[in-house]
Design a protein around this ligand. Sequence first.
Ligand SMILES: [Zn+2]
Length: 146
Amino acid sequence: MAEDCVFCRIIAGTEPASIVHDDESCLAFMILRPIREGAFIVIPKVHIDHFTDLPDDLAAHLMIIAQRYGRGLLSLTPATRIGYVVHGFGVPHAHLNVVPQHDTFDIISARYIDADAPYRVTERLIEPPSRAALDAMAARLRAARD
Ligand SMILES: [Zn+2]
């Protein structure tokens, strides 16, 4: 556990989160500023910064959990595909982003933007859902898990 890590504090229960899944080795919870409704992340309970440093079996477990809830997520939202992203930025604690995709632009590189500089890409454009809405979606995901 790293005291200065918000994900470690969520694991410890000292930081709020809308929990989707909790087991011995991983935790899944709703993203505060989701690209699309229902986006969540899966993290290992051990504090490891880089996803590529995870032991193979733990990395595979995170993907299996993402799959089980991802299938339910597809049925709960207008998404046509579920995307998985490990970008490694933001919180320095490995995390797998599970993103309901409505179209090809829900996961994209800023390098594709055809605009005169400067432009900015920021999650602050996304209004965070209420905690009640995040808790409700977490409950729907748990119920839809296969
Ligand atoms: Zn951590």
